[in-house]
Write a protein that binds this ligand. Structure first.
Ligand code: HEM
Length: 510
């Protein structure tokens, strides 16, 4: 019998033998994932339990619709579902805190490797190293520091409003989504590096990095699913990238510029004495006692991450907030009225702390963040020891995830969730609701730039709706549909006609 099998194998072409061996291995793997894996008893589609290609199909081939699909799956299978061989997704609001505030759960290295920043805050998956980096940079992004550097943000916002005034009655509608990305880029570069990039003044708000930045998250997601492409993509010379996709070439060019700045600063740290204000380099090159100076690679990654993390997130949030205010006449009128009452002379300076006290402005921003979501792709954490999450015991080494959208659209917390209704935040105890607004995530790895982001949102939205009369044009609900590629990737842009701008005298004089 054995001899017969051997001789029949010998008769087969080698390719067929290899194919058969692969089939046996794959079948064994699928069998073990379906029936022997620690997550075997968790509900969910069998195909998702068998292979990660299930998520790849919805994420990449279907244009980022995995989140919509997850909603349907939760309806079918319940609050905890297996969405990949080793990954669970939750929909129960209680699970969010358990996943993201547990200090024992590190970020998943496989997910974060695609962002090519394992030595920077966002990409670092080692719990201790990540904490060290946050300790180092945290003071620079604290509330105190943001208030100290408020003039830097105010100056950029002033330039933003002036730039809009130059577009009154422009022949073409203004792409205000890109205008927001331009100001958020400018805030990050001036705040972090004390450097103006003049993105706000660029024709048509088309600064190359601004045009390229939305593609970056898509690229990151692509590399998450096809990591073997990473060296290939990273090895592409810029001229070739330009030929394949011209806009994307701005990304490596921008990164080269940052790298050169870091090298220059390391070579001549005395240059830091000349900067207009403190920068991240002051904190990294002169660390506090007990902290080491990061390597050049780490500083380069950090610079790129801060710009990447701070530009599109905040720009998208502004665009979504503005879109909903402009499409809801009542909200628009009430907001304008409140702003005019609190700020009768638009030429007078308006400090951040005063804007923050306007309840309706705050409510519009919270409601806008509920629609903008921040990072939408579920962010995986590793369960390092068996832990109960939302009443279910989760085995060690499982990846656990939950998208912020499952809080923001929860009908028990936010009835009629698809209606933009700032009034829901004006009840007796707003924090009962704001606790469920999690665009910045929660816990030890929540957004490092949260104070800066909030300051930008108040100053940009407050100034825009106090000083600028604008009308939405060529923008429909379809343009605001998005696919999930870490951040929402919108199908279109928010566009508007600028009709009147006031309160720019102070900036023109400056
Ligand atoms: C509306 C604006 C913003 C939103 C919605 C947002 C959202 C987030 C979220 C959800 C995370 C967690 C990511 C994860 O768990 O992997 C995060 C992390 C981070 N954000 Fe933001 N962000 C915003 C603005 C900013 C700004 C302005 C900066 C610039 C300083 C910034 C810098 C960072 C950094 C460095 C991290 C990594 C923190 C860590 O992993 O320890 N973000 N952000």
């Amino acid at each position: 019998m054995g001899a017969m099998t051997l001789s029949s194998l010998e008769a087969q072409p080698p390719v067929l033998i290899v194919l058969q061996a692969v089939l046996v291995v794959v079948a064994g793997l699928v069998f073990s994932r379906l029936y022997l894996h620690p997550l075997a008893s968790f509900p969910g589609p069998k195909l998702a339990a068998a292979t990660g290609w299930y998520a790849t199909y919805y994420d990449i081939f279907m244009g980022g619709i995995m989140l919509e699909h997850l909603e349907a799956l939760h309806k079918q299978y319940g609050p905890v579902i297996r969405i990949a061989p080793n990954t669970l997704h939750f929909s129960d609001v209680k699970a969010y805190d358990s996943i993201y505030t547990d200090r024992r759960f590190p970020k998943d290295p496989a997910f974060y490797a695609a962002f090519l920043a394992d030595e920077a805050s966002f990409g670092c998956t080692d719990i201790k190293k990540a904490k060290t980096r946050r300790d180092l940079l945290g003071p620079f992004f604290s509330r105190k520091s943001v208030l100290k550097l408020e003039s830097v943000i105010q100056e950029a916002v002033g330039r933003f409003i002036v730039s809009l005034s130059q577009r009154i009655d422009a022949p073409q509608p203004v792409n205000i989504h890109r205008a927001f990305l331009s100001i958020t880029l400018e805030v990050i570069t001036t705040y972090c590096f004390a450097q103006r990039y003049n993105a706000i003044e660029y024709p048509d708000y088309g600064y190359p990095f601004v045009k390229a930045v939305q593609g970056a998250s898509y690229g990151g997601c692509l590399l998450q699913h096809f990591p073997f492409l990473t060296p290939l993509v990273m090895g592409l010379p810029t001229w070739l990238l330009k030929m394949i996709h011209e806009e994307s070439a701005a990304l490596p060019e921008f990164r080269d510029r940052l790298d050169a700045e870091v090298d220059k600063t390391i070579k001549d740290p005395t240059a830091l004495e000349q900067t207009e204000h403190e920068t991240i380099y002051h904190h990294m090159l002169n660390p506090r006692a007990g902290y080491e100076q990061p390597s050049a690679k780490s500083m380069k990654e950090e610079a790129a991450i801060l710009i990447g993390a701070g530009t599109e997130t905040t720009g998208n949030a502004c665009a979504v907030i503005a879109y909903h205010i402009l499409t809801n006449e009542d909200v628009h009128r009430r907001l304008k009225k409140d702003l005019v009452e609190a700020w009768p002379d638009p030429d007078a300076p308006m400090p951040l702390e005063k804007l923050e006290k306007l309840p309706y402005l705050a409510a519009c921003i919270y409601e806008g963040l509920r629609f903008a979501h921040g990072v939408v792709t579920p962010l995986p954490r590793i369960v390092t020891q068996p832990t109960e999450i939302a009443g279910v015991l989760i085995p060690k080494n499982t990846l656990v995830t939950m998208s912020s959208t499952f809080l923001h659209r929860n009908t028990d917390i936010f009835p009629d969730p698809y209606t933009f209704n700032p009034d829901r935040f004006l009840g007796k105890n707003p924090s009962e609701l704001t606790n469920y607004i999690v665009p910045f995530s929660k816990g030890p790895r929540m957004c490092l730039g949260i104070n800066l982001a909030w300051a930008e949102l108040y100053l940009i939205i407050g100034n825009l709706f106090r000083k600028v009369d604008l009308e939405l044009v060529d923008t429909t609900a379809k343009d605001m549909e998005w696919g999930a590629f870490l951040l929402p990737y919108y199908k279109g842009f928010v566009k508007a006609n600028i009709q009147k701008v006031e309160g720019i005298q102070q900036f023109m004089e400056g």
